[in-house]
Structure formats: C-alpha cells, structure tokens
Design a protein around this ligand. Sequence first.
Ligand code: PLP
Length: 363
Amino acid sequence: MTRPTSAIIDTQALRDNFALAQKLGTSAKSMPMVKANAYGHGMVKVAEALKDMAPAYGVACIEEALELRQATIDQPILLLEGPHSADEVEIADQHGFWLMLENHHQLEAVVKAKLSNPINIWIKFDTGMHRLGFQPNEAQQVFQRLNNSPNVSKSMVLATHFSCADNLDNDFTKQQLSHFKTAFDSIDQPNLLKSLANSAAILDWPEVKDDWQRPGYMLYGNTPFARNQPNADQLVPVMHFQSAVISIRTIATGESVGYTANWTAQRPSTIATIAVGYGDGYPRHAKNGTPVLIRGVKCPVVGNVSMDMISVDLTDLATPVDIGEPVTLWGPGLGVNEVAHHSGTIGYELLTRMPARVPRIYK
Ligand SMILES: *Cc1c(COP(=O)(O)O)cnc(C)c1O
C-alpha cells in the first residue's frame, strides 16, 4: 500500500556525470553544487554519493552548509552568497566553511571577525550579470584589504558567474571573460586561483581555464543547452520521476476533461488518470500535449493539471493499458527540459521545486 509516485535517484549516473565534469576540467578541481536540496535530488544523499570524489561542495546559504555538517560531510563547503550577517562569519570559522565575498559589508565583517583560524575566501566579481560581485576595477583594493587581514587565508580564489554560457551563439560570455581578466591581471599575486565555469562553460567553453569549476545542473544529468552538444549528450538523467495509471475511462466526442473543462475530445478517447499533480512538483502550467512516457511511447497530457492527478490521452496507444501501468513524468527517455519547455519554464525550476511529498528512492 503506497502511492505509486516517487523519484528514483540513480547515484551511479550522478557519479558518472561528475566524472565527466572532472574529465572536461582536466586539471581543474570540481566542486559539486548541491544547493536547493541538490536541485531537488536530496542534498545529503547526493553529497554522500559523491563523498569520495568531491574535494568540496557549493551551497547557497549557511543553513544548507550546517545540514551537510550535521550529516557528517567533512569536506570544505563554500557559501556561494557569502555571509548574510556578521555572525555567520564566526559560524563559518567554527565549521570550516569557505566564503564567497561579493560586497563591502561582507568584506568588513570578515576583517573584523574574531576567528580561530584564517578563513578561505573567494572574491566574486560582477563581470556583467549585475547580480552579485565587486567591480573588476576595484579588484586590487579589495584583494589588498583581505590579504592584509590575519583572518584571511593566503590562497584566495577569484570568481565570477556567467549569465549566458548556455547560449552557444551569444558572445556575452567572451565579454565577461575579458572583464574577469581585467580584475585578475590587476592583482599582483602569483598564487591566485580562478573559478568561473558553471555546467554550460564546463561542457562547451574550453577557453575558460579554471582552478575550481562549479558544476550544478549537469551533475543531475540534464543539458543546459537548447540543442545537441557532444559533451552534454553523454549526460545521464539522475532522477526518474514516476507514477502510475490509477483510473481509465473512455469518453465520447465533445466531452471535456479536468478543471475548467479546457480540453474537449475531438473523437472517442481513452483517458488515463495518473497519480501525480502540481502538489508533487508536476508543473501546473503544463500545456495540453505535454508528454509523459508509457511503455516507451510519449502520450499527451490533456486538460488542466490537478493538485494530485493529471489526465493523459491514450487513444493512440497500440496496446491497451490497465490500472497500475507505470508512467514516467521525466527521466531516462523523457528529459525534464522537454517537460519544462511545454510548461513555460526550465528544467532547473522543475527539479528544485520537487516537494518533500515525493519520496526519493536511492539506488
Ligand atoms: C548554481 C551555481 C552554479 C552552477 O550552475 P549550473 O548552471 O547549475 O551548472 C555555479 N556557480 C554559482 C555561483 C552558482 O550559484
């Protein structure tokens, strides 16, 4: 007796995707991004599955880092947004977290903190995304202030984040690289390390040369690109989001399906009800025609997505299916990007919004 809805997490696929990131990075170290519950895959389990391969982890905030520490993850953990308040610098010191600094409030909090050990600092530069980061032309001044502080460990990392690297035809990434170079070159210090690449840059921007790369989405086996790309095509989806048929009926031409009756049968139709809805992270905005996979065949969602159920038109299936038939919502054979495309969003959002209601099953 269990609802047939779950997300099977393939930890071997996760490790293979991470190994691909490592291989593409040649001498760079790879830091898996496990923020937002590891893009919905379960942060602690994902971190544990990569424990013997990952030199460090990246998270958005200190709450996530503390959860990893409580789960006996003992590698360094980088807080990508840096400390949100001065007390977080001291907590970071106690737990061996690394800090990405992006503004002068954070910088002063680090310099003024009472720490037991020098802390590992990453300096983030705003090279065009205009979301976080110091300006490239203040690089020397920011670096010196930190370098003079006994609170700061001497091997600092300079970092930036790309806004358009997933668009292979957009040369904005090259402009960002050139702004980063300005910042990097203005600092007179031989041991500076660099960190730039997200998944898209790891997969397809060989001119980005990193000491630390930061793979996220690719680890979970999905491509950041809208079209085929030889490296991205080797990724294996880690999540298999699945459910099953719980009811079947035939309806006459002219009958409608679901809330607001917004889909009407144009022919006598076989309609299956599947035990998954927006309460499970299936997108409420999935349009008529969004595919689900049944026996390897893409079948269209019809009518509005309900909280706990969707309806699928099986009229064109060659063989009849019965209650209990397994259904893939996304995973191997049906990329989350394709479902996202039908729902006006991106795969990143669908994965990170998966609620706790969907049991994650690790294999
Ligand atoms: C989330 C994040 C990444 C990973 O991006 P992907 O596109 O998922 O690979 C890298 N760097 C920073 C700063 C991030 O916040």
